[in-house]
Ligand binder design. Structure first.
Ligand SMILES: [Zn+2]
Length: 87
Protein backbone atom coordinates (compact mmCIF):
# COMPACT_ATOMS: atom_id res chain seq x y z
CA UNK A 1 0.00 0.00 0.00
CA UNK A 2 1.29 3.44 -0.86
CA UNK A 3 2.31 5.65 2.03
CA UNK A 4 2.98 9.40 2.07
CA UNK A 5 6.72 9.97 1.77
CA UNK A 6 6.71 13.11 3.91
CA UNK A 7 4.55 14.54 6.63
CA UNK A 8 2.03 17.17 5.48
CA UNK A 9 2.37 20.23 7.68
CA UNK A 10 -0.69 21.86 9.19
CA UNK A 11 -0.17 24.93 7.04
CA UNK A 12 0.09 23.01 3.75
CA UNK A 13 -3.03 21.01 4.62
CA UNK A 14 -4.93 24.16 5.51
CA UNK A 15 -3.70 26.00 2.43
CA UNK A 16 -5.10 23.21 0.24
CA UNK A 17 -8.36 23.20 2.23
CA UNK A 18 -8.80 26.92 1.69
CA UNK A 19 -10.39 26.10 -1.71
CA UNK A 20 -12.83 23.46 -0.41
CA UNK A 21 -15.56 25.84 0.72
CA UNK A 22 -18.85 25.71 -1.21
CA UNK A 23 -20.07 28.84 -2.91
CA UNK A 24 -23.52 30.29 -2.49
CA UNK A 25 -25.79 29.82 -5.50
CA UNK A 26 -26.82 33.09 -7.13
CA UNK A 27 -30.41 33.13 -8.33
CA UNK A 28 -32.04 35.88 -10.36
CA UNK A 29 -35.63 36.40 -11.46
CA UNK A 30 -36.95 35.80 -14.97
CA UNK A 31 -37.84 39.09 -16.63
CA UNK A 32 -41.04 37.65 -18.10
CA UNK A 33 -42.51 35.20 -15.58
CA UNK A 34 -40.61 36.33 -12.44
CA UNK A 35 -39.64 32.75 -11.52
CA UNK A 36 -36.20 31.97 -10.03
CA UNK A 37 -33.59 31.36 -12.75
CA UNK A 38 -29.81 30.89 -12.78
CA UNK A 39 -28.02 33.92 -14.25
CA UNK A 40 -27.01 33.60 -17.93
CA UNK A 41 -29.41 30.67 -18.40
CA UNK A 42 -32.61 30.28 -20.40
CA UNK A 43 -35.73 30.33 -18.25
CA UNK A 44 -36.98 26.73 -17.82
CA UNK A 45 -40.57 27.84 -17.36
CA UNK A 46 -41.21 30.23 -20.26
CA UNK A 47 -38.16 29.65 -22.52
CA UNK A 48 -37.03 33.25 -22.72
CA UNK A 49 -33.54 34.70 -22.41
CA UNK A 50 -32.89 38.42 -22.14
CA UNK A 51 -36.56 39.12 -22.82
CA UNK A 52 -36.92 37.15 -26.06
CA UNK A 53 -38.23 33.61 -26.68
CA UNK A 54 -35.33 31.22 -27.35
CA UNK A 55 -36.79 27.74 -26.90
CA UNK A 56 -40.30 26.34 -27.10
CA UNK A 57 -41.64 25.02 -23.82
CA UNK A 58 -44.23 22.27 -23.93
CA UNK A 59 -47.00 23.07 -21.48
CA UNK A 60 -48.10 20.49 -18.95
CA UNK A 61 -51.53 20.29 -20.58
CA UNK A 62 -49.98 19.37 -23.94
CA UNK A 63 -47.93 16.61 -22.28
CA UNK A 64 -51.07 15.24 -20.56
CA UNK A 65 -53.01 15.19 -23.83
CA UNK A 66 -50.15 13.38 -25.61
CA UNK A 67 -49.93 10.78 -22.83
CA UNK A 68 -53.67 10.16 -22.96
CA UNK A 69 -53.58 9.77 -26.74
CA UNK A 70 -50.68 7.28 -26.47
CA UNK A 71 -52.48 5.22 -23.83
CA UNK A 72 -55.64 5.15 -25.95
CA UNK A 73 -53.77 3.83 -28.98
CA UNK A 74 -52.05 1.19 -26.82
CA UNK A 75 -55.40 0.00 -25.42
CA UNK A 76 -56.89 -0.19 -28.90
CA UNK A 77 -53.90 -2.22 -30.11
CA UNK A 78 -54.31 -4.67 -27.22
CA UNK A 79 -58.03 -5.05 -27.94
CA UNK A 80 -57.43 -5.70 -31.61
CA UNK A 81 -54.74 -8.27 -30.76
CA UNK A 82 -57.11 -10.08 -28.38
CA UNK A 83 -59.80 -10.22 -31.04
CA UNK A 84 -57.34 -11.63 -33.54
CA UNK A 85 -56.22 -14.36 -31.12
CA UNK A 86 -59.85 -15.36 -30.36
CA UNK A 87 -60.58 -15.90 -34.01
ZN1 LIG B 1 -39.50 32.83 -17.44
Amino acid sequence: MGLPSKKLTKSSKRRRASHFALRKIVITRCAKCKKPVLPHHVCQFCGTYNGRAVIKIKSKLDKKKKKEAKEKTKKEEKKSKKKETKK
